[in-house]
Design a protein around this ligand. Structure first.
Ligand SMILES: [Zn+2]
Length: 396
């Protein structure tokens, strides 16, 4: 979501990734437990013990969030919603979904599963804590499970706020959607709530920061900003999906794209194609057949002094699936492919021939016209979801 991520393991067939931004929260949680909460609650232990408790607490939080996201994913799978995996990032976790849920009931079940699983963990840890306190278990152990009980309860409650796209907002949307059978209206209302709740968090954050709780305040401020942006993007994404649904790629592609012949030298490619047309990737075409793709990275691997005599044909590789799409594919599919892969152009390939090129710019242009005309609402900014995604990837 924000940048580099590492894949940790697979659980029930879902890949669990950790975004590097998660490390920030892991450090922050460990530190605030080891230096703040535990010494305050259980005075008299050694610094090393507090740090061990802090690490155990943040590992427990980590496991709790995976448990929460996993329950979303498992319910989604029961409803046949394709899930890409789970990513933990700076503001928690997301179970990544490619498409809108098929029905209000599916969305309701999938969304409520998360908070329910967190309540379940809260009850479990709290139960253990009670048993531990009465049984005289070590203070260090009781402290950590007590914390996990409280934090899971907080997670559950926070996620029940009807602010889309938080879980509670999804529950809210599914109810509205089921009531009026209009997903666009339901998304608009619930994302307005999401946006308002974001604003509320920003306000609380500023207040807290002014009253001296600086880290907590900044944190609330950032989560509020994030929630507002997520609410806005989810709504725009829905509008984009609805506008493009059922439209084939063929309709938006430009036939007659700029192509490179395999005999072209790399020096010519750089001067006459890359600098002139400012694309990062070009299709290599010979006798009407698409023979490969050449991109900046492949050129960079060749030492500059060889560019004059090495040819595109030697260096180009077979076009990766991430770069191509069929002319009959749904434009929604093309848009989500671009967003996922961070591409701004796709080659439209039919029977080994290059039929055209689909550019993100053309898709977005069509989208903003259609949304403005048919929904009577002016997108404040044009629907720019995939492009932003690409910018983020570049920045990372
Ligand atoms: Zn959730």
């Amino acid at each position: 979501m924000f940048g580099k991520r590492i894949t940790l393991f697979k659980l029930f067939g879902f890949a669990v990734h950790v975004d590097l931004s998660w490390i920030v929260i892991a450090v922050l949680v460990t530190w605030s437990l080891a230096a703040g909460l535990f010494p305050f609650q259980f005075p008299g232990l050694s610094t090393g013990t507090y740090w061990l408790m802090g690490i155990a607490g943040s590992l427990g939080l980590f496991g709790s969030i995976i448990f929460h996201e996993m329950s979303h994913s498992l319910v989604a799978r029961r409803f046949g919603i394709p899930m890409k995996g789970i990513t933990l990032f700076i503001f928690g976790g997301v179970a990544e979904m490619d498409d809108e849920p098929p029905s209000p009931k599916a969305e309701f079940s999938m969304a409520i599963a998360g908070p329910l699983s967190s309540f379940f963990l809260a009850a479990l840890f709290y139960g253990l804590y009670i048993v531990g306190m009465q049984g005289g278990w070590p203070m260090t152990f009781n402290g950590v499970i007590g914390y996990l009980g409280v934090i899971n309860a907080i997670l559950a409650v926070f996620n029940l706020v009807p602010a889309f796209p938080l879980d509670g907002g999804r529950v809210f949307r599914s109810i509205l959607w089921g009531w009026r059978n209009d997903i666009r209206w339901a998304t608009r209302i619930s994302s307005t709530f999401g946006s308002a709740f974001g604003l509320f968090l920003i306000f609380i954050g500023v207040l807290n920061a002014l009253r001296g709780n600086f880290i907590g305040g900044v944190w609330q401020f950032l989560i509020g900003m994030f929630l507002r942006e997520a609410a806005r993007m989810s709504y725009q994404q829905l509008l984009a999906r609805q506008a493009l649904e059922g439209e084939p790629v063929r309709r938006f592609m430009k036939s007659d794209p700029v192509t490179v012949s395999p005999a072209t030298s790399l020096a010519q490619l750089v001067d006459d194609y890359i600098y002139r047309h400012q694309h990062k990737m070009f299709p290599v075409v010979q006798n009407d057949a698409l023979v490969g793709c050449i991109d900046l990275d492949q050129v960079k691997e060749i030492p500059r002094n060889e560019w004059a005599y090495r040819t595109v044909g030697e260096v180009a590789k077979t076009c990766a699936v991430e770069n191509t799409i069929s002319p009959d594919a749904d434009a929604v599919k093309a848009l989500s492919k671009m967003s996922r892969m961070g591409r701004s152009r796709l080659l439209v390939v039919e029977d080994g021939r290059l039929a055209g090129v689909l550019s993100l710019k053309d898709l977005l242009h069509f989208l903003s016209l259609k949304i403005e005309l048919e929904n009577g609402e002016k997108p404040g900014r044009r629907p720019e979801i995939p492009e932003r995604e690409e910018e983020r990837r570049k920045a990372a």
